[in-house]
Write a protein that binds this ligand. Structure first.
Ligand code: SF4
Length: 401
C-alpha cells in the first residue's frame, strides 16, 4: 500500500501535523515546491478530492473558510492545510473587515504557491457594474491576475441573475480574470435559488447553507437534485447547524464513536455525494487537525454515530435558526430582522466572534434593533422549528448592543 493510500490514524495525523506546524511556527520559511510534503520530505496523506460540477475541476472535500481572519503576514494554518491537500481558500471582499484578501495575498506571495491554490472570492455588489468593480478590487487585494471562482456573495434576489450580469461574467472569464462563476446564499429562499442555478447555464457553482438538520427537508432535497443534475457544483457551508443563541448546545452531542460533533457533521455532509465539499472556518490548529482527521478517514459514519447525530438534531431543533425570517418576520408588527439578528447571535455565542457579531448588529437600522415593547408571540408561533424568537431577540439586544 502506498503512503497516500494508507489510512492515517488520528494519532499519526496529530503527530505529523504537529511536527509540520512546529517547523513553521518557529519561523522556518515555507518551502515552495514542498507544499505537499511533510517536515522530512515524506509524502503526507491527502484529503480526497471531488469534481466541482460543470467546472470539471477537482477540489478537496474540505475547504479553508476565510471569514475567520487569517494572519496578515503569513498564516501557518494555510500552510498546514496545504500540506494535506487542502488548497482551496474561500475568501470574500468583506471577510474580516476586508483583511481576508490581503492576508491570502501575503500567504501566496511569500510561499510562492499561487499556482497551487484555488482562490475563490466574492462580491457583495450584485449589479453588473459593481460586480466588475469589486472583482478588480479583489484581484488587486489578492495580488493575482485571476481568481479561480468568483461568487455573488449572499445572493438573494433572483432578479440580479440577469442577462446583463451574464454578459459581464462571460467577458471577465474571456479576459482571464475569473475562471468560474457562481453564488453563495443562506437566506430562506435557498431552494428557489438552487432551482434558478439549475436553469442558468452560466452558474457553475453554488455555496449554500446545508447541515445535518436539513436532511429530511424534501423541498431542499429536490432543489439539490435539480442543481446537481444540471451540473452545478455544490459546496456546503454553515455545516455546524448550531445557529442562534445556543452556546453550549453542541456539548449535548452524545459521542458514540471516535468523532466529536464538529467532525461528525462534516462527515455526514460528505456522505451526500451530491455535495462536492464543505467549507469550514478553522481558526485554530486544533480545529484544523480535527477536520483533517475527519476528511482523511475513509470510513462513513456508523449507524450508531448517525443515530446519535439524528438524536442531537431532534433534541436541539428549537435551538437552531435557519434564517427563514419571511416566516416569522411577517408575524411581527415591527421592522426587526430576526434572521440576521439570530445569525449575529450565533457568531457571538457559537463561533466565538463577539466583536464581529457586535459590529454587524450595530450596522442594522436603528428600528431593527429596537425590540423594546415588540410583541414576538406571533413569531414564536410561526417558527416551524419552535425557536423562542422573543427570548433570543431580547438577549441579542442585551449582548450585542
Ligand atoms: S426563528 Fe424560525 S422562522 Fe424565524 S428565521 Fe429562525 S428558523 Fe426561520
Amino acid at each position: 500500500m502506498t503512503d497516500d493510500k494508507r489510512e492515517i490514524t488520528r494519532r499519526e495525523l496529530f503527530t505529523t501535523a504537529a511536527g509540520a506546524s512546529a517547523g513553521l511556527l518557529v519561523g522556518s520559511a515555507f518551502a515552495p515546491g514542498r507544499a505537499f510534503a511533510g517536515p522530512k520530505g515524506e509524502k503526507l496523506p491527502q484529503v480526497p478530492r471531488r469534481v466541482l460540477g460543470k467546472t470539471g475541476k477537482k477540489i478537496p472535500i474540505l475547504l479553508l473558510g476565510g471569514a475567520v481572519g487569517f494572519d496578515k503576514r503569513f498564516d501557518p494554518k494555510i500552510a498546514e492545510a496545504l500540506r494535506f491537500g487542502v488548497n482551496y481558500i474561500d475568501a470574500a471582499d468583506c471577510y474580516n473587515g476586508g483583511s481576508c484578501e490581503p492576508a491570502v495575498a501575503s500567504f501566496h506571495k511569500r510561499a510562492a504557491v499561487r499556482d497551487k491554490l484555488w482562490i475563490t472570492s466574492k462580491s457583495d455588489a450584485h449589479d453588473p457594474e459593481g460586480f466588475e468593480e469589486t472583482l478588480e478590487t479583489s484581484l488587486r487585494k489578492l495580488q493575482t491576475s485571476y481568481v479561480d471562482m468568483y461568487y455573488l456573495h449572499a445572493f438573494g434576489d433572483p432578479a440580479d441573475l440577469n442577462d446583463k450580469l451574464g454578459k459581464v461574467v462571460a467577458r471577465l472569464k474571456k479576459a482571464g480574470k475569473m475562471r468560474h462563476f457562481g453564488f453563495s446564499c443562506h437566506d430562506g429562499n435557498v431552494a428557489e435559488l438552487l432551482h434558478l442555478a439549475a436553469k442558468t447555464p452560466w452558474v457553475e457553482s453554488v455555496m449554500f447553507r446545508y447541515n445535518f438538520r436539513q436532511y429530511g427537508d424534501k423541498k431542499l432535497n429536490a432543489a439539490i437534485d435539480a442543481a446537481h443534475g444540471a451540473g452545478v457544483g455544490l459546496i456546503a457551508m454553515k455545516t455546524q447547524g448550531s445557529e442562534a443563541s445556543f452556546s453550549g448546545a453542541w456539548k449535548k452531542f452524545e459521542k458514540t464513536g471516535k468523532w466529536n460533533k464538529h467532525q461528525a457533521v462534516l462527515k455526514a455532509v460528505w456522505q451526500d455525494k451530491r455535495i462536492t465539499a464543505a467549507v469550514s472556518h478553522m481558526d485554530t490548529f486544533e480545529k484544523l487537525r480535527d477536520n483533517l482527521a475527519a476528511a482523511l478517514d475513509k470510513h462513513e459514519l456508523t449507524q450508531v454515530e448517525t443515530d446519535a447525530l439524528d438524536r442531537y438534531a431532534q433534541t436541539t431543533r428549537s435551538l437552531a435558526c435557519d434564517g427563514c425570517d419571511h416566516l416569522c418576520g411577517a408575524a411581527v408588527d415591527a421592522p426587526v430582522r430576526i434572521g440576521n439578528t439570530l445569525r449575529y447571535l450565533m457568531y457571538h455565542d457559537v463561533y466565538g466572534e463577539p466583536d464581529k457579531a457586535r459590529e454587524l448588529y450595530r450596522k442594522l437600522p436603528v428600528l431593527a434593533r429596537d425590540v423594546g415593547g415588540v410583541d414576538f408571540s406571533g413569531a414564536n408561533a410561526a417558527c416551524p422549528n419552535g425557536v423562542d424568537v422573543a427570548a433570543h431577540m431580547k438577549r441579542a439586544a442585551e449582548v450585542l448592543a
